[in-house]
Design a protein around this ligand. Sequence first.
Ligand SMILES: *Cc1c(COP(=O)(O)O)cnc(C)c1O
Length: 426
Amino acid sequence: MDARDGLLFEDVPVHQIAQTIGTPCWITGAGTLRRRAADLKAAFTARKLPMSFHFAMKAQDHQATLRILKDCGYGVDIVSGGEMTRALTAGIAPEAIVFSGVGKSDDELRAAITARIGQINVESAEELYRLAALADAMPNRDNFRMRVTLRVNPDVDAQTHDKITTGRADDKFGIAYDQALALYAEAQGFSSLRVIGLAVHLGSQMLAAEPFRKGYQRLADMVRTLRGQGHPVETVDCGGGLGISYRDEIAPAPDMLAGVIAETLGDLDVALGLEPGRWLAAPTGLFVTTIIETKAGNPERGTPDFLIVDGGMNDLARPSMYDSWHGILPISPTATHSPLKPWHVVGPVCESSDVFARNRPLPANLKRGDMLAFLDAGAYGSVMSSTYNSRPFAAQAMVDNGRWAPTRKRQTLEELIAAETLPDWL
Ligand SMILES: *Cc1c(COP(=O)(O)O)cnc(C)c1O
């Protein structure tokens, strides 16, 4: 906070950006991102772990974000052909791209082979056979063998929100532990693929060490078993999932993860990979809104007054989708002069789940026209936006230690409608 300028983000007054590009808008902190990218790497370097880093770009896929992380020595973990094109467009080297995801289409797999990306994490026996057949059928492969890992489902509960756990037997992700061993052996015979190791991703927003330890321990056991059977294992991809503190959770430092990986996989002499998404990106993002209306609640029934803001669940979906909590800060300095009172903070979308916060203590003097910033919105924020209720995609900007620039124009209504065509019988 600055006495006159209100809330600052990397030394830039947030109101200045919001007044220039309008609200709702997203602001990404480049300096914050660089710092986190370096801190994460340092935790693994300190333990001398041979780790390569692939940012899970589904968390935040803006070209500027990818460019910054590329300059920090990061590759990307992609989950679609669209993300591959985005990554290549941002200048990420093909070898630095890892392709994960449970449903890769023929076209996506062919495009990955054509681009000669670094690695495909295969999620089922069916996908492995299909990938091998597609690669075999491709002309001009010049003996290129796609590097493949098998993504194992270790049947570990990540102890996180039900909708973001991925490593239980009943989840759709990965290959069952027992099946993976047989498949690994079989796949060594495929001439178009080079099966180089194992991958795992347990879930997201994980705060405890134990599920990581269990999952990685199972992978370490598998590596030893496979080697015992005479199969080469060069790499283990540890996935992502490291959580952050959105509210008052005790969030682990990256050193916790580095420690667990050192303990479970550190002496196996394998190249290690990490696919962090949320941990890197979430704290780098603000979502900024303007209060459209303050609406009286019903004190007799215990309903506080409402703050209706101009951003909705179509922009920031996490609260409606995962019941997630985001810090909310007023950006005007006058808000700090006021006592607090509880408010319901809601969006304008015609859904009762379009609620950002209930009974949130915020300044009692908030009024129409004041702006509110939602914190930690940099991961799974703008990327999850939709245009529900014909609400255009919001504008974006980037701050970088004192300077700022717009990074995406607000979608116009013309653009929003332009792709629609009328049947000729209308
Ligand atoms: C989503 C995802 C990640 C990133 O998860 P975070 O919780 O954001 O770190 C990494 N790997 C895979 C395969 C994923 O699907």
